[in-house]
Design a protein around this ligand. Sequence first.
Ligand code: GTP
Ligand code: MG
Length: 269
Amino acid sequence: MEEEEPQKKLNKFNWYPGHIAKAERQLKEKLKVIDLVIELLDARIPEASRHKDLKEWANNKPVITVINKADLAPPNDNYISINSKDKATLKQLIHEIEKASKPILDKYLKHGVIGRATKVMVVGYPNVGKSSLINALTKNKKKAKVADKAGVTRQQQWIDTKSKLNIKLLDTPGIIPAKFYSEDQALKLALCNCLGDKAFDHVLVAKEGMYLLEEHVTKFYKIELGDDPLSALAVCKSMIRNGQPDAERAAGLFLQDFREGKLGKISLD
Ligand SMILES: Nc1nc2c(ncn2[C@@H]2O[C@H](COP(=O)(O)OP(=O)(O)OP(=O)(O)O)[C@@H](O)[C@H]2O)c(=O)[nH]1
Ligand SMILES: [Mg+2]
């Protein structure tokens, strides 16, 4: 692995491992042969998980923007909303893919090419669910690798749908901009598990996150945040180490509970 030493301060959030730079280069290259792009966002952070350069890279190719993990956020009518773990939610997206494919396939048909599959690339930040969506769209036994951490997909990979929907799907590694747009964006990406585990200080991120979600946190854990919300949580959960509240463990618990949706359906944007 070619991960670079992350800077562990939230106020100096800066993390751009070599594998992401490579993924971005390969993505731009492959876009030349793609018919259609699915831009996948995280429903909890549809703004923070948007890559501002994508539209330009797509160079007028159709881009369908979709928010995934809709089960973890309040309804958002501005986007096609899906939950990749629930195929029933994919109907509208499949319809949009068919609609966007039609003019492309018609063009090929004019040149006598019948039955060509539309080439669809799924793009997004790490861990937003690109591989999960591809698996949900395919009947192919060859599935894309999925896990709940950033940076699981390391190589582009074509997957055939083997279904009526005649498309070939390209899974891609997650990308992030070379520089975060703001510290606020970095915090939200860290909270939603879109950055590598080593990219940030869990205690700092959890503390900021608890303040950001104060209403939900006080209600769920029944604690007051005060100056030191992690100690308050640690005490409440009896997480004590060497006679002191264990902030590290409390941070881990908060991040896990938020990411699993235990604090409720939440949008941070
Ligand atoms: N709650 C919920 N979890 C989801 C959804 N889609 C995917 N996940 C979970 O999110 C995690 C990441 O999914 P992946 O499909 O590996 O994400 P990815 O975008 O391919 O990630 P990278 O390859 O690391 O960039 C996994 O634990 C999935 O089970 C969803 O709609 N809702
Ligand atoms: Mg993946």
